[in-house]
Ligand binder design. Structure first.
Ligand code: ADP
Ligand code: MG
Length: 841
């Protein structure tokens, strides 16, 4: 009968085992590093394996007035200068790794001033690896053969873990391998010689209890806390030489088990010590570079290396991981290299760096405060709030103190005298920390204590109960007469022979049965094979068919792709053409528009010119017509006059001498008299009898020849009681005593000048009428630009001084009383105006 071991069903792994109620104090260890130089003054001695003694250096004794006090501090264990890294590891870290493998959390940190050996203890130096590489080595030594394939375990972004089947994991691996970057170090690779020595940990330290029915995966992450900001040291950021991107800080979150975690932090699955340490080393390099680039005080940052171990049981066959999330246990070990605990003034930091340094001190201060409060709460039974949240460092490890997990601290001290004061502070803090107790995690029973399913195939073959041969009696013949021994022997031998026969029969039978079974099996296998073969060939045929089909399709695809390409090219060309044509169209239409507007402008200009020219010409024509008319009228008038005079001569033979203008009238116009030229010898032969009396009211004859153009002057002549006539009329003159002729002519500037020629009407002795011209009013327009237009009724509105000449001129003109006779058309006053004179008989 087979003895396959049947496993008892596994108790589901508790995410958070119920606290046992037991508490352990924080394990505080002290390590004293050797002095750098033998001549240095030393202030710390190791008294025994639990105690150090610290005494003030010489200078202090004098300074402190002879007060000399030695203090002793006790720890769980004190490591002297000669203690090798391995011993430290065995005592301090190994239990933590064992816990990790058993699914429990742990926290280990080094505390001390800068240069006290924290990094040396945690990381180590070439040839002398510290706790971190040793922890990694131990983990992989222990779980090495039981590791899950890459990507079987997947950490989610909520500090949890998931499991996927190997096929999915394989697919993901392939997908990852297809991507060139970022490359994860794996398999055979050149190990950086810089740290090769550190991980060359020869002692094959191994956890004693490893559940071999579980599969394991290790994930590591490495963060730095600086200035109360958290940076992911494993984050893959594209390196930019020109403008290096400043690192992005991360935030903390609490998962459902109240553990704090860094969100979005890179967690690298690693499969060997080398790989894990390489990841750490990469982070370390990045940390160094960042510190240099950003001018940080490197001793002021905390480095946190987190090792996560995921484990899940195999299924009942021992082949695959149980695909149940609840069965996965995730434990973590945090290794923390704290910033230097010294006070700021020690490193003469200034300005910005001082502020940052202050902040870092702040986080260590918070750590101290938290531990103080914890201790007080535990010792006095109080329930004070622990200010974990005051700094990222304490917040991150809150659950270690509050919840459960092993916490261990290594206090590093440099025994040199200069560090005395700071070392004292460190000792005090360390001693206080020891009094804090942390809940002990519940032990999880491990199922791996007995050989598990992994070894089911190595089970012993089933025992077959064989009937034993009867033992041979002693066949020694001591006596010649012994007749018993031989028959007994014969009997036994007989019996044995029978048994043998029976057995061989049974064997033959069994062999036969077995043979038949074998044959049967064989034939069935054969038939199965045939069947399978048939199926196989069938499938192969199908596959070949599909392959050809595939090829055909591929060809088709290629053709189509080619066509598409061509079409695309054509489309591009057409599009290009279209674009060009559109552009051309646009430019043409723009040109057209431009031309149209040009045309419009030209048209407008031409129209304006035409209008102007037309007006000018019209005016000119009118003016010329008017002038001609005037001239003709004058001629007519002169002829008329001549005829009249002739008539008068004929009808009135006793002609009288023409009379000079009367004295009376001269007196009326004294200015005229004084300036007027002497009487003209050929004065008109008209005798002015008398003037019409003024009292009768002046009556005007307003002679406006029809050829006149209307003046567009503002000042318009207004003649009261006027008889307006278009041609000289004797009838009208007979009724009036004033005469005004509106005369127009072209002035030298091309403008029409309108003149109002006024005169008095007298009765001639012959019974006719005579006009004596007295004044001329000129209406003229000038434009302020070249062609001036002006309306100046010169006598009515004489300009003050400059017009004297004009005044004189007018006076001259007006002083002449002209009595017209035939042939004397021009009066002397008009001569220099070259103005034709018109009179009314
Ligand atoms: P910290 O990290 O506390 O600032 P380090 O670990 O960098 O200090 O130590 C400063 C120097 O002292 C390093 O050169 C280191 O090699 C040396 N050192 C520290 N501790 C020891 C030790 N226990 N044995 C030998 N050298 C040590
Ligand atoms: Mg350091």
């Amino acid at each position: 009968p087979s003895h396959r071991r049947v496993k008892t069903p596994r108790r589901p792994a508790l995410k958070k085992p119920a606290p046992s109620g037991l508490k352990d104090p924080v394990g505080v260890y002290c390590r004293v590093r050797p002095l750098s130089r033998p001549d240095q003054e030393c202030c710390i001695e190791v008294i025994n394996e639990n105690t150090v003694q610290i005494h003030p250096p010489d200078g202090y004794r004098i300074f402190r007035n002879g007060e000399y006090r030695e203090t002793q501090y006790s720890f769980k264990e004190v490591f002297g200068t000669l203690v090798p890294q391995k011993e430290l590891f065995d005592v301090v870290a190994k239990p933590l790794v064992e816990d990790l493998i058993r699914g429990k959390n742990g926290l280990l940190f080094t505390y001390g001033v800068t240069g006290s050996g924290k990094t040396h203890t945690m990381t180590g130096s070439p040839g002398d690896g510290g706790l971190l590489p040793r922890c990694l080595a131990m983990i992989f030594n222990s779980i090495g053969p039981f590791q899950a394939k890459r990507f079987v375990f997947k950490l989610d972004d909520k500090n949890g873990v998931d499991v996927q089947c190997e096929v999915d994991a394989l697919l993901e691996r392939q997908k990852r391998d297809a991507m060139p970057v970022p490359k994860t170090p794996s398999g055979k690779r050149q190990v950086d010689p810089e740290f090769a020595d550190m991980i060359n940990v020869q002692d094959h330290c191994k956890a004693e209890e490893v559940d071999e029915d579980n599969v394991y995966s290790v994930f590591v992450s490495y963060i730095e806390i600086y200035n109360n900001y958290i940076y992911d040291l494993l984050e893959e950021t594209p390196f930019d030489l020109i403008k290096p991107k400043p690192p992005q800080s991360k935030i903390l979150r609490e998962d459902q088990n109240h553990n704090m975690y860094v969100t979005g932090c890179t967690e690298v699955e690693v499969k060997s010590t080398e790989e894990a340490f390489e990841v750490f080393w990469k982070g370390q390099k990045k940390r160094r570079i960042a510190n240099t680039q950003l001018n940080r005080e490197s001793s002021r940052s905390h480095g946190v290396f987190i090792i996560k171990l995921a484990q899940a049981p195999l299924d009942a066959d021992g082949d695959n991981v149980l695909q149940e999330k609840e069965q996965i246990t995730l434990s973590q070990l945090s290794l923390v290299d704290l910033a230097g605990s010294e006070r700021t003034n020690r490193t003469k930091a200034e300005g910005n760096r001082l502020r940052e340094a202050g902040n870092i001190n702040q986080s260590l201060m918070t750590l101290r405060t938290c531990i103080e409060v914890l201790r007080e709460n535990q010792m006095c039974g109080t329930n004070k709030m622990v200010p974990y949240r005051d700094s990222k460092l304490t917040h991150l490890f809150k659950n270690y103190f509050d919840g459960e997990g092993k916490v261990r601290m290594i206090v590093c001290v440099n025994p040199k005298a200069e560090d005395y004061e700071e070392s004292l502070q460190v000792m005090r803090f360390a001693e206080m920390t020891q009094e804090v107790e942390v809940a002990r995690p519940v032990d999880r029973p491990l199922c791996g204590l007995t050989p598990g399913r992994r070894f089911r195939n190595q089970d012993l073959p089933g025992e077959i109960l064989l009937p034993s041969f009867p033992p041979l009696p002693s066949c020694e013949l001591l006596d010649i007469n012994d007749d018993q021994t031989l028959p007994k022997l014969a009997e036994v031998l007989e019996e044995r022979h029978k048994l043998r026969q029976k057995l061989s029969e049974e064997f033959a039978k069994n062999a036969l049965t077995f043979k038949t079974i074998l044959r049967e099996l064989d034939s069935s296998i054969m038939s199965k094979e045939n069947y399978v073969q048939g199926k196989l060939s069938e499938k192969e045929k199908i596959i070949t068919g599909q392959k050809t089909e595939l090829e055909r399709m591929e060809k088709k695809i290629k053709t189509l792709e080619y066509k598409i390409e061509i079409l695309e090219k054509t489309a591009t060309i057409y599009e290009e053409d279209k674009r060009h044509l559109q552009q051309e169209l646009e430019s043409q239409s723009q040109k057209l528009q431009r031309q149209a507007s040009d045309k419009r402008r030209l048209e407008a200009r031409l129209q304006g010119m035409v209008a102007e020219t037309t007006m000018k010409w019209e005016k000119e024509c009118e003016r010329r017509v008017a002038a001609k008319q005037l001239e003709m009228q004058n001629k007519l008038w002169v002829k008329d006059e001549k005829l009249k005079q002739l008539k008068a001569i004929v009808t009135e033979p006793k002609s009288e001498k023409p009379e000079r203008p009367s004295r009376e009238r001269d007196r009326e116009k004294p200015i005229q008299r004084s300036i007027s030229p002497p009487p003209v010898p050929n004065a008109p032969p008209v005798r002015l009898r008398h003037r019409r009396s003024r009292s009768a009211g002046e009556r005007w004859v307003d002679h406006k020849p029809p050829s006149n153009l209307p003046t567009d002057t503002v000042m318009q002549p207004h003649v009261p009681h006027a008889i307006t006539v278009a041609a000289a009329s004797e009838k009208a003159l007979a009724k009036c005593d004033k005469y005004m002729l509106t005369h127009q002519e072209l002035a030298s500037d091309g403008e029409i000048e309108t003149k109002l020629i006024k005169g008095d009407v007298f009765k001639t002795r012959g019974g006719g009428q005579a006009v004596q011209f007295t004044e001329i009013e000129t209406l003229k327009q000038e434009s302020p630009t070249g062609r001036k237009r002006r309306s100046s009724p010169s006598s009515a509105d004489p300009p003050a001084d400059a017009a004297n000449a004009e005044w004189t001129d007018v006076e001259t003109r007006c002083s002449v009383a002209v009595e017209m006779r035939a042939g004397s058309a021009l009066g002397p006053g008009y001569q220099h105006h070259a103005q034709p004179k018109r009179r009314k008989p």
